[in-house]
Design a protein around this ligand. Sequence first.
Ligand SMILES: [Ca+2]
Ligand SMILES: [Ca+2]
Ligand SMILES: [Ca+2]
Ligand SMILES: [Ca+2]
Length: 602
Amino acid sequence: MKILKNLNKKHIIILLILFILNPALIYSQKSDIWITTILKEKFYDKEGNPLTGKGVVIGDIDSGVDIFHPMFFFADGGEYDWVDVNKDNVFTPEVDGVDFNKNGKLDTEEILEVLEIWNNTYGLISSKQGVYEPDFDFLYLDLNGNKKRDFGEEKGFTENDPTYGEPLFISMDVNKNNKLDISEKIVALKTSKIRAIREKNGTIRRRGIDLIKAEPDSIGHGTGVCGILCGGHYGVQKLHGFAPDAEIVMANIFYDYTPRFVRNFPDLINFIKEEKVNILLFEDGEWMWEFMDGSTEEEELVNQMAREGIFIVGGAGNLADGNMHLKDTLSANQKTTYKFISPKESEGKKVDGAFVSFIWKGPENLVSFWITTPEGETSKEIKQGAEFFSLGNYNIFYSRDVSSRNTVMFRFGFSKQDSGAVNGSWIITAQTENDVVLDGFIVDVSQSWSGSTHWVSDKITSEGTVTFPSTADSIVAVGAYVVNMEWPGYGKLNNLCSYSGIGYNISGKMGTDICAPGHTTFTVEKGNKYGIFSGTSSAAPHVVGTAALMLQYERSLTHTIIRNILLSTAIQDKFTGNTPNTKWGYGKLSPEGALKLLISLY
Ligand SMILES: [Ca+2]
Ligand SMILES: [Ca+2]
Ligand SMILES: [Ca+2]
Ligand SMILES: [Ca+2]
């Protein structure tokens, strides 16, 4: 549930503390900053063109994308000489211009203005405010003279207008002095990199028809993911995605109030499939009321897509350090208690619903449960079937279901009458007739990764925390490791992020296949910004971006071949130890290693 993490309140507080301790970070880019989306070597396709993901279509199931962000337009609007109006041999913003309409003179609306990109990386990436930097900012024509860049239908633009707004340009800074020199050209942006968006309500918006009407990315998550995938332009911006020439098909997620928080996965998957993508990326992780054994309809759907050759990727999920998973061996005929605590409020929401599921193998194993509410009342024995009943001031729902892979799932939902908060201490007592290994998962309506409602138990473990749908048989599940900057509580530099899902799935499959940079990485932020983006949400698009480059080189590659190349070239180091293992899978993604192996094979 929930989008695979971005900055939450805890992050922002840590950031503030870090910058109080080390204000130097604000003023200068650390020299050892690694921009993880830019390869350390250059690679070319069989015709000698740089690998930029050209011709590759990536499907993303995510929160949406800011289609108006300057980083999401191709540089296909034509090359222009700019005019040095004040004859000082350097580009002067708001003075110099471009004969954009090619009428042989500089019209008033042809003066070039700077669209400054807001730097939200807390100084980890350097940029100068108030100075035009071709590797950071954009140029635009202020057609209506209001001193800002306008775009979108409400400002009078249509689907047929390049960049859906006032004209946008990038500079070809050939001599790499980060200035636009007299001999250097500018290039107009034109076509959206977003091919189609399925909105939350099912409306499909298409480039060339009505993409300009697409609903905004209210959370900003998918915008960050797309920035890692395809943001910007090769050799132009200091921060650009892996595959700037790839195209995106986005299926926007709608989060429901109770689990499965994303109800319409089959619709989203089928939409992406019908769009004939080359890669499918899942940017959602769920654990509540899930069998976690790869048996669901949506997991079968992606297995089928993988068999058809589409490369399937998902984040491993950020559940490992949230105290939301426990594992215990119940001894026969012995009562065991599990305690959880719910707060009144989490992430600005009243916690008026908490959810628990226990899963175990073998439908022949019966487990009895008793619920004790925060008010101290204990339920009858619950063992089979499904029911909704009241206990004191609380409502309790339960059901016992069995998957096609013989996983038993015992679901609970807890709420309070009159929509009160469920807050307080709850006790679940369990008893079996045979020894049973039980996985217990918990969450509340906040759908938070950080354990707002959480277990209080010595059986809490991160083993077995890779989330659905990365539990599917045919998906490359990607864990996250720490680069660039350590965050207290999130793991040491170069080590696995403390939240990154690990361990075997209940079905015995090794949960994580490979790991990639996930904390602290950089990307596009909605609303003309660049920022920090973290989580297995960030790690997974690193794998997708690499695959996009591989597919440009060789279009016949299938899911299995891409997977094998990526896993066999993954890096082992002193942090990963020997691989494969249940924390790192096969190790750290090596885009360069994967491309070299590919090129040697094809
Ligand atoms: Ca000038
Ligand atoms: Ca003109
Ligand atoms: Ca304007
Ligand atoms: Ca230059």
